[in-house]
Design a protein around this ligand. Structure first.
Ligand SMILES: [Ca+2]
Ligand SMILES: [Ca+2]
Length: 422
């Protein structure tokens, strides 16, 4: 079984190369800028901007299918630089298997024995950190455009049953000729048909940041580069997926790498990973205030505190007089009627804040004063949003409770709750 699968992948890759196209994009020698975090029509479900100095292990497992080899050989090598995750192939790095030239540094959102291919070394605990089914998934990245290397943003099925094995290669950039695969590979899924498509990018994907994305629903998968639809496949793995970010050296089908010491480390540089769910007017949408972009009126500051807040943080706005405000940018992803729920943290130093959206007040002024700190909610009446997209939600200080010693605010989250009333 193991051998059969290995030969199969070589054969498949060779055959996929026969189907190819050339994407003629506008000439560009510059990085494609990051997309806004909020995407019209979509609800941000999970993301990693890689702006810190350590890997978020609640999302990523820093190891490549480690049941297939030793933990040491499977371990990802990575660092953080300029707000990016840098997945690295090092010269002294061990190969993935003994007696085989392939090296890999890869992180993945779930692990399970036999998740992808049947080689087996040791049992690993099943751990599914983030395994969405359907949505919009994107990265912004730079690759290694050299013989003997490939970089990939890809998925496998979660394999809750043995046939849930379909693989989607959202971006599989390989070799030294700006080549890229968009693949659907069935493996043991009898409901899928292999579908591969190779393109040659008009840009150098190792020289510039570009955006690679998958739109996946119950009937199709769509591949995007720099927000342009490149390829639609009218098939869909109908089960949840594990996501991978991977760089490989000498994987066998990309040519032989130049292993001169001066060329190391080889790097796959990823600015962010973002995952969205399709918005519809029946879903409650919850935005953590600490994740929303915010603007303050002049002369005041804000901080993020935790205290067991929803999503791990609440925003303390250090407003100190009537008229001070904070603006949050809130994406309304689908037209419809909503109630707006403000999750806030009361305290003895809080003011009274009025919510307005696009200059119109909604709901009663929220008296955030309480003698002890508590998380609470305030809800507006029904609001109709006819136009989707980003709105400015302003919380402006209108006064304070006579018992309060200040005018500050504590905002934990903003929820849009669909309502039937018109
Ligand atoms: Ca980043
Ligand atoms: Ca929060």
């Amino acid at each position: 079984m193991k051998k059969v699968k290995r030969f199969f992948v070589l054969f498949l890759t060779a055959s996929l190369l026969l189907l190819k196209g050339v994407w003629m994009s506008p000439v560009s020698a510059a990085d494609v800028p990051a997309n806004p975090l909020q995407k019209e029509g979509w609800i941000l479900d999970r993301h990693d901007e890689f702006n810190g100095t350590s890997l978020d292990t609640s999302l990523w497992i820093p190891s490549y299918l480690s049941y297939r080899t030793t933990e040491e050989r499977a371990a990802a090598r990575y660092t953080f630089r300029d707000g990016c995750l840098v997945l690295r192939i090092d010269r002294e790095q061990p190969t993935y298997y003994p007696g085989n030239a392939m090296k890999v540094s890869s992180i993945q959102t779930g692990q399970r024995d036999y998740l992808h291919k049947d080689d087996f070394n040791h049992s690993t605990p099943t751990k599914m950190n983030y395994t969405p089914k359907y949505g919009y998934f994107e990265i912004r990245a730079k690759t290694v455009n050299q013989t003997g290397y490939h970089c990939a943003f890809w998925t496998t099925g979660v394999r809750d049953t043995p046939t849930q094995e379909g693989e989607i290669d959202i971006m599989e950039q390989f070799g030294n000729a700006r080549r890229n695969n968009f693949n659907l590979i069935k493996w043991d899924d009898p409901n899928l048909t292999d579908n591969g498509y190779a393109v040659t990018f008009s840009f150098d994907p190792s020289a510039e940041f570009h955006i690679y994305a998958l739109e996946w629903d119950g009937t199709s998968i769509k591949f995007y580069v720099d927000n342009v639809l490149m390829r639609t496949v009218n098939q869909s793995p109908n089960y949840a997926a594990v996501f991978y970010l991977s760089i490989y050296e000498n994987s066998g089908w990309t040519g032989t790498a130049d292993t001169s010491s001066s060329l190391y480390p080889r790097e796959f540089i990823i600015d962010y990973f973002r995952a969205y769910k399709k918005a519809d007017s029946s879903s409650t949408i919850k935005y953590e205030a600490e994740n929303l972009s915010r603007t303050l009126s002049s002369g005041i500051t804000s901080d993020v505190w935790n205290d067991g807040a929803s999503g791990g943080g609440w925003v303390k706005v250090n407003s100190n007089s009537v008229g001070d405000y904070v603006d949050f940018t809130v994406n309304v992803p689908a037209a419809g009627n909503y109630k707006v729920v403000t999750g806030y943290r009361s305290a003895p130093t809080r003011g009274i804040a009025q919510l307005s959206i696009g200059g119109t007040n909604h709901g009663s002024p929220i008296d955030m004063y309480q003698s002890s700190a508590t998380f609470k909610e305030a809800t507006t009446g029904n609001l109709y949003f006819g136009i989707v997209g980003n709105k400015t939600f302003r919380y402006r200080i209108t006064g304070k409770n006579s018992n309060s010693s200040g005018y500050d605010m504590g905002i934990d989250y903003i929820k849009l709750v669909p309502s039937d009333a018109s």
